[in-house]
Design a protein around this ligand. Structure first.
Ligand SMILES: [Zn+2]
Ligand SMILES: [Zn+2]
Length: 693
């Protein structure tokens, strides 16, 4: 009997269905389902899914007390592997005992190789005879053709690839645990409020902090813009003075004064510009596109992983932006027929020469993300559909042709000052007709010829200011992380999530809290290694070296321990300064704004010993003003007063809910509407309750 182990149950079911080609039985052990079928040669097969990692690397339990163990003792502490999903472990062992051959069919990447090797070791514990017959199935999608092919040409597990995954796991644990405990203890932030430091997390935070410093250092410069509303018999348009930004107010006023009509067209220019079709989707490209549709990076990956499991798209963790030769574009396109995007697909089938665009990165493990199955809108959730459609449309776009956009410019002379109006429109849609997401709206300009005149209808002089560089959105940050080699396609979105969870950043685009800024500053000052991307990208290179047997896992982990000892030493020497700095940030974050009662002091968030929180005045005991706070969610000061009650307004952030902006005074009229709704809900609930009785 052959045992097949996949990464998750849903993949096990899918693979069993494909390989069985019909008759399939299901059984379970300790509530873990597995699937049984007879293969071509009448051999019995069993397929079972893991729950991702079923083992976790950790320190022995005598290291678990934060107060008793010195954080630095963790650097050289032994590492053990513990079962995290005991019933899965039992099931794998039971099935392995009955099997005479084993196929590892986990995801095809470092992580999957490691998960596969862990599963193999569990199986061998139960049945050492399996050693001679362990095989590896590698596939990038759960499409039937690919699964069948993978099982027809089974390979071997790659020990070095798994070791690279294991080295990362160990290093992340050692760094993360040691430094997290150090800063949490140094600042006495224990329990639920602990502060974390991480090998990838901290340099990522440093990137966000750096941008914030740039914004704060930015000096806005004033400039002026002069515009003229002009018109012909049929059309009205707005022209801008050719200097666009006029830096001297005097000069701007002079132009404005001189602005008396009419205007004469003194130049008409048309220029065609090629708009290149996009490259195939790597994880980074995909996440970036999905975030501009309103998904968070983590949500986009979650949805994509679900679609992969259901066989609708290929494996979503990939750096590759070049479709492999083995991918048969035409049949891949035809596979998509019969869904809700048929009109576009049929049109493309007639137009395309099946020569797709290519991106800059080419790798051999996985293809770029492309659709592998067909589904109709409404047959999957709305969010799933939007991501699926994005992947399909991107695939279509990469097979279409470049678009052409025409930019037009008309120059007008108005009393010896030059004004212009610009427009642009797509003259050949090409790929834009399949991928409307990045298509800008056409801006038409009037059909004027040289020498034509236009009346001056109105004129404006506007004062403006230059703007600081914008904060990063999640998509942009993921692109930057890739550029600096921070994290992997599999981890980047989770790293960003943990920055939110630990209270270092909030909002989208990402804004650091004062605590986040101070944390980054403290690390930069006292252990600059930890906050810099170089160390992390070096480790990425070491991982690659392990996977091609240039270095061993132990060598890489040992080097990393040495670096950590240095960084730790420096932090420990400056423990007080580190703690003070972080506390400065925490204190700053707790200040909400001036107290309207005494008008002299600030209001701030106070936590009682029991962990309850409320708002109190810094002037206590002279001013006894307090306000209640919602029990859950992060509180962010908006540094603005409520126009009705004059108390500071705050934003309450609860995971997976829309941020909620409120002022502090419970009796403020702005809360009337909310109270009325709540009362109605209460009433509704009560009547319902009565009916039940
Ligand atoms: Zn007060
Ligand atoms: Zn109010």
């Amino acid at each position: 009997m052959r045992l097949i182990v996949t990464e998750k149950n849903i993949a096990a079911k899918k693979i069993a269905e494909i390989l069985a080609g019909g008759k399939l039985e299901q059984d379970s052990f300790y509530k873990i389902p597995y699937y049984i079928f007879n293969g071509d040669t009448d051999e019995k097969n069993m397929v079972v899914g893991l729950k991702g990692h079923v083992l976790k690397v950790d320190f022995p339990s005598d290291y678990s007390d934060w107060r008793k163990v010195k954080p630095s003792d963790l650097i050289d502490a032994p590492l053990i592997k513990e079962a995290t999903a005991k019933s899965v472990v039992r099931t794998v062992k039971k099935l392995a005992g009955e099997a005479d051959s084993l196929v590892i069919a986990t995801d095809y990447d470092r992580e999957g190789e490691l998960i596969g090797m862990e599963a193999r070791d569990l199986a061998l514990e139960a049945n050492p005879d399996l050693m001679r017959s362990v095989k590896r199935a590698r596939f990038s999608s759960l499409a039937a053709s690919e699964i069948n092919e993978a099982f027809a040409s089974l390979g071997e597990l790659s020990e070095p690839l798994a070791m690279a995954g294991e080295a990362r796991q160990d290093i992340d644990l050692i760094w993360g645990a040691t430094l997290t405990r150090f800063v949490s203890l140094a600042t006495s932030r224990l329990g639920r409020q602990f502060l974390s430091v991480g090998r990838v997390q901290s340099p990522t935070l440093a990137l966000i902090a750096e941008r914030e410093h740039e914004r704060r250092a930015f000096k806005a410069e004033p400039y002026w813009v002069v515009t003229a509303d002009m018109g012909t018999d049929s059309e009205r348009f707005t022209a801008t003075h050719k200097e666009e930004r006029i830096w001297e107010e005097e000069r701007a006023k002079e132009v404005f004064e001189k602005l008396t009509g009419p205007g004469t067209v003194c130049g008409v220019k048309k220029r065609d510009k090629k708009v290149r079709r996009p490259a195939p989707f790597s994880t980074t490209g995909f996440v970036s596109a999905a975030t501009s549709l309103g998904f968070s990076a983590a949500a986009a990956m979650r949805v994509a992983e679900g679609l992969y499991m259901d066989g609708y798209i290929s494996y979503p963790r990939t750096d590759n932006t070049v479709y492999p030769k083995s991918l048969e574009i035409k049949s891949a396109l035809e596979t998509l027929l019969g869904g809700s995007l048929d009109t576009d697909i049929k049109r493309l089938l007639k137009e395309t020469d099946f020569k797709p665009s290519r991106g800059k990165k080419q790798s051999t493990d996985h293809p770029p993300i492309y659709p592998t199955g067909v589904v109709k809108k409404g047959d999957i959730g709305d969010r799933e559909w939007r991501i699926y459609e994005l992947v399909v449309r991107r695939f279509l776009a990469t097979l279409s042709v470049d678009a052409v956009s025409q930019s037009n410019r008309i120059d007008l002379d108005v009393n010896k000052e030059q004004f212009f109006v610009r427009g642009s429109r797509v003259v050949k849609a090409g790929w834009l007709s399949y991928y409307p997401y990045s298509r800008k709206k056409d801006t038409e300009i009037p059909p004027l010829e040289e020498g034509d005149t236009a009346e001056l209808l109105d004129k404006h002089l506007e004062g403006k200011e230059t703007q600081p560089p914008g904060r990063y959105g999640q998509g942009k940050l993921i692109e930057l992380m890739e550029e600096y080699g921070l994290g992997t396609k599999a981890t980047r979105h989770n790293i960003i999530q943990s920055l939110y969870d630990r209270g270092y950043i909030h909002g989208n685009p990402l804004e650091p809290t004062a605590m986040g800024l101070k944390m980054a500053e403290a690390l930069q000052e006292y252990a600059s290694h930890i906050a810099s991307p170089e160390m992390t990208s070096q480790l990425e290179k070491d991982m690659d070296a392990i996977s091609i047997r240039d270095r061993t896992r132990d060598q890489v982990v040992e080097t990393s321990r040495k670096l950590l000892r240095e960084a730790y030493g420096s932090l420990e020497e400056n423990q007080e300064q580190v703690a003070n700095k972080i506390w400065e940030g925490i204190t700053e974050d707790s200040i909400l704004g001036p107290c309207p009662t005494c008008g002299e002091n600030d209001l701030r968030v106070i936590r009682s010993k029991k962990g309850k929180r409320f708002v109190g005045c810094k002037g206590y005991p002279e001013c006894e003003q307090t306000y209640p706070l919602p029990g859950r969610g992060d509180i962010v000061a908006l540094h603005e007063a409520c126009p009705e009650c004059n108390t500071p307004r705050i934003k309450v952030l609860t995971p997976r809910k829309k941020p909620w902006v409120i002022c502090l005074d419970m009796d403020c009229p702005t809360k009337d509407e909310y109270k009325r709704k709540k009362a109605e809900q209460e009433k509704g609930r009560k009547t319902k309750g009565r009916k039940k009785k």
